[in-house]
Every structure is written in C-alpha cells, then in structure tokens.
Design a binder for this molecule. Structure first.
Ligand SMILES: [Zn+2]
Length: 202
C-alpha cells in the first residue's frame, strides 16, 4: 500500500475501508465514557505464524481449537478487538468503535482501570520477535488519524503499558518512533502526533 491513505469512521463507529466482520464479543461502554485511549496490540495464531484466518476465527468464536495443539488454551475464550491490521495492511473490523471490545483485559491507564471501557483496540498481525510491515505502519497511522477525527483520543499505549507484567505486546519490534513520524507527516496537519500522548519509552 503506497501513497496517501485516507480512512474514515462513520457515525456508527465503523470504518468503510475495513472488511467488516461483526463479532458477538462486545457490549456497551459505560454511559458517558469519553473514548480517549488507543491500545496497540500484536497477535498471531499460532504464535509467530502469519496469514490464514485463525485470528478472525478467534474473534468470531469459530476457531477450531482441535486444529492446532496451541489452540487448546483458547477453548471458551471470548475476546475481540475493534480492528486487526494484517501483514499486507488489510484492515478487518470486528466491533464498532462506539462499543466496548474485549481486548485489554485487566488493565490500568493513568490510574483508571478497565481500559476496555474507554479505549479502542487495534491488533497488528505480528509477534514480539519480528518487525512489523511497512503497510501495517501506514495503515495504523491512517486509522489513528481517522479515529482522532471521530473520538477525543488523547493517548496511545501498548497493551504492555496498560497490563505490565501480564502482557508484552506490541513488544520490542514495534517502532514507536516510526509510527509517530508517520502520524506527524499525515493529514490533516491539525491532528499532529503532538496532540497525542505516547508511552515514555516511545
Ligand atoms: Zn494485546
């Protein structure tokens, strides 16, 4: 994917540029919650293997847990993220960003618990041990900008930052500086990356 990439979030919290695969794993956010945090994750199923349909199967509660030994631990697991960005830069959306997806689990940000209440979760197909792809950074930046235009986002964090000691994603291979640089170079200029807070290590 090259050149300017423009994404959009509609009034219902869905992105027309994404492949929409509605997951049953969501519920309403607490009334009056400001959606001000973007949580970046990585996921691959099985770990460190890319491609295939297992991630979407997991989020749609249709993963065949008998088809790989590692999947045994996923029996009965009910999780989701709002978005998944594949290695090729394709975007899948599972939950309206207006609603609460089940991506962060036990988590804290800025003294507030239950990050799912007030965050949007973006999964990057990847692992803690392999670099992410150029299309993934481009799409993540465009998606971030689109979400900034729809929601009062103020912070970006990794899952590892909101659940330290429990989660490690997106991990050391995620290039926060590159992500921030793409955001800063994007349009509209009024939504500069400086409008967002980032992890101190980024
Ligand atoms: Zn995660």
């Amino acid at each position: 994917m090259t050149g300017a990439l423009t994404m959009h979030i509609d009034d219902h919290g869905w992105c027309p540029q994404a492949r929409q695969l509605p997951s049953p794993n969501f519920d309403a956010r607490p009334a009056g919650t400001a959606i001000d945090l973007l949580v970046v994750h990585n996921i691959s199923l099985p770990p460190d293997e890319f491609g295939g349909h297992y991630i979407e199967d997991l989020f749609l509660n249709r993963l065949d847990c008998d088809c790989h030994p590692w999947f045994d631990r996923l029996r009965g697991v009910r999780v989701s993220a709002h978005f998944l960005v594949t290695r090729d830069g394709d975007v899948l959306q599972f939950v309206s960003a207006n609603d609460r997806a089940w991506h962060a689990g036990v988590s804290t940000f800025g003294g507030r618990e239950r990050c799912n209440d007030f965050s949007i979760g973006v999964e990057l197909e990847g692992s803690d041990f392999q670099p992410f792809s150029a299309p993934q950074y481009a799409v993540l930046a465009a998606l971030t900008t689109a979400l900034q235009m729809r929601y009062p986002l103020r912070h970006v964090a990794g899952h590892e930052h909101v659940a330290p000691g429990r989660k490690t994603d997106p991990g050391p291979c995620f290039d926060w500086q590159h992500y921030r640089a793409l955001l800063a170079a994007g349009e509209p200029a009024t939504l500069a990356a400086s409008a967002l807070g980032f992890p101190e290590t980024a």
